[in-house]
Design a protein around this ligand. Structure first.
Ligand code: C2O
Length: 599
């Protein structure tokens, strides 16, 4: 076991991730996305975060998917829940925790919507003994990108004009690179002019050896967009979902993998492996000679139902989706000389010559796959979905309900405590439409982090929608989503079993008919972020074996911000008996007394 140290210097810098210059990108060590953290299972990660954001913004960093067991509950990095936010002005905070679980994780700011401005990165934990064999690996992050600042977006979203609809992203990025359609209608940026430089538009290129097997780790770090991920000509074998190794089976091999905000997957990939007839080698070098290199397109095509649009706006989801689609390239080198080593950043380069993705290719309709997308939309309201093209139907889409944990573990067959929550949008008294559970928009505690409130034996405010659970309970949560728009829900502190889920349009879960549609032993996918389709439901289970205060929220960052969150108060006596506020969090809270910082 080793201590792995990293320093994050957080500040704004300027750049053009999609060709449009943005003065305020929230970067780590002037890098966006932030550096990939790597550790072996059992190591201690020690990250020193220094807040140098110029305009006095606080910050905090959350380690998404890391359970923070055995007392590291103060390392969860959730502003006003597990810690006071870290004030600007060069103040620092050290996060220190053991990484017990292996897999693909990510980290991001958990303070307002800072991660939408760039404050995130991948976190990879290598298993002591990986269950699958591969020669090397690469990490792909997907995100959506905004030309407005996070603050402008927040202001717009938390106002009576947004009607609960998230701000529109301007483009999609793969590993921080993308292509804004410079000549496209500028959505809600009407009236602004952009410096849009196509020469700055780049695309990630991964150089792979033809003979090697790779693990591709995929992270969706978007604020709102869900994507259909694929690599031309190559079916993908899923081996991991959200940090849980997955059993080998024909059902986990698919051409297209849907991924919602907050989720991760790993795939086994071999150049030329299983190249199918719709294989699209986009170019081959050495015409007339021996082919030394094959090039394949990586596509992340936005799932249109993940975009919610304002009625009356002069844009439809089709146009918006086109803007967010993003591509990368895999180069398969047959010649050992031209194939590069994977260990260093040399395996990776930027391609400046980004051809337009033909409309054809970027607009394929997959809304209807898995029977979970809207078929007919009643009116002009939010959505408009053309029918799928016939040849797309041949492509297999991963059904995540087919992913079973590699170790054969199964969901608990019964539960001790059940909560039924319904996703709602509620008008508050200022006519702002807020995300909520059961009509009660979550409000972040203002004066003290919730964990401290708990340790100080003070009452937990109702405004955080607290759900109390006892030590050792098997907890079942029924999430009903009767309205428009899918929501990816993420639980801190745990991985949960998805024990049942409805098809699109089925409406709410009810015990009697729901029971017919699920199966505890075969429907067992275990993860930390689950997508609840619109007009549908999901049921999850987890065991209360990690005392603490854990957020559960929609990972559409704007919905989290407006109130679609709640907290589990887990085994509160145990928390009080066993843990106290960490010295580091105490110190960060104390900083607020001396600095004129606002929470
Ligand atoms: Cu990745 Cu509370 O979030």
């Amino acid at each position: 076991c080793e201590v792995r140290q990293y320093t994050f210097n957080i500040s704004y810098f300027s750049g053009s991730p999609d060709g449009v210059k943005k003065d305020k990108i929230l970067g780590i060590n002037n890098q966006y996305p932030g550096p990939t953290l790597e550790a072996n299972q059992g190591d201690i990660l020690e990250i020193t975060v220094i807040n140098n954001i110029i305009d006095g913004q606080n910050t905090s960093i959350h380690w998404h998917g890391i359970s923070q067991r055995n007392g590291s509950l103060f390392e969860d990095g959730t502003s006003q829940i597990s810690q006071c936010p870290l004030p600007a002005g060069g103040n620092s905070q050290v996060y220190r925790f053991v990484v017990e679980e292996a897999g693909t994780f990510w980290y991001h700011s958990h303070h307002f919507s800072q991660y939408t401005e760039g404050l995130f990165g991948a976190l990879i934990v290598h298993a002591n003994k990986e269950v699958y064999t591969y020669d090397d690996e690469l990490t792909i992050t997907l995100s959506d990108w905004y030309h407005q600042t996070a603050h402008e977006n927040e202001k717009w979203h938390i106002s009576c004009t947004s009607r609960g609809v998230p701000p529109y992203p301007n483009s999609g990025l793969m590993n921080g690179m993308g292509r804004f359609r410079c000549n496209a209608t500028t959505l809600n940026n009407e009236g602004r002019t952009y410096e849009c430089d196509t020469k700055k538009q780049m695309r990630p290129v991964f150089h792979l050896d033809y003979d090697k097997t790779y693990r591709i780790r995929l992270v969706n770090a978007a604020a709102v967009a869900a994507f259909n991920f694929s690599i031309d000509g190559h079916p993908l074998q899923t081996i991991e979902v959200d940090g849980v190794d997955v059993k080998e089976s024909p059902d986990v091999i698919a051409d297209i993998v849907p991924i919602a905000a907050g989720q991760r997957y790993s795939f086994l990939f071999k150049c030329g492996g299983g190249v199918s007839e719709n294989s699209a080698i986009i170019n081959e070098d050495g015409i007339g000679e021996e082919i030394k290199k094959e090039t394949y397109l990586i596509r992340a095509i936005v799932r249109k139902e993940s975009l919610m649009l304002l009625p009356g706006k002069n844009i439809n989801e089709h146009t918006l989706a086109l803007m967010i689609n993003v591509t990368g390239v895999i180069e398969c080198h047959k010649d050992k000389e031209s194939g590069r080593k994977m260990e260093t950043s040399e395996n990776f380069s930027c391609d400046q010559n980004v051809p337009e993705l033909p409309e054809e290719a970027s607009t394929v309709q997959w809304d209807n796959d898995l029977g979970r997308g809207p078929l007919v939309v009643p009116n002009h309201f939010f959505f408009f979905f053309p029918a799928p093209k016939s040849d797309d139907k041949k492509r297999v889409v991963l059904d995540d309900m087919n992913l079973h944990p590699w170790d054969g573990s199964q969901a608990p067959p019964t539960f001790d405590k059940e909560f039924v929550v319904e996703v709602h949008f509620e008008e508050d008294r200022w006519n702002v439409r807020r995300g909520s559970f059961n009509n009660s928009p979550f409000v972040l505690p203002q004066h003290k982090p919730l964990l401290m409130t708990l340790l100080d034996n003070e009452p937990i405010p109702d405004s955080v929608f607290p759900l109390e659970i006892d030590d050792g309970d098997v907890v079942q949560v029924v999430i009903n989503n009767p309205f428009y728009g899918p929501h990816p829900f993420h639980l801190h502190g745990h991985h949960f079993w998805v024990v049942g889920s409805g098809m699109w349009g089925q409406g709410n879960y009810t015990d009697s008919d729901g029971a017919l549609k699920w199966n505890l032993t075969t429907n067992g996918v275990k993860r930390d972020t689950v997508l609840v389709q619109e007009k549908s439901w999901v049921v999850i289970r987890f065991k209360a074996d990690n005392p603490g205060v854990w957020l559960f929220h929609c990972h559409i960052d704007w919905h989290n911000l407006s109130g679609m969150s709640l907290v589990f108060i887990e085994a509160k006596e145990k928390v009080r008996e066993n843990w106290k506020v960490s010295e580091e969090v105490k110190r960060v809270c104390d900083l607020h007394k001396y600095i004129n910082a606002t929470l």
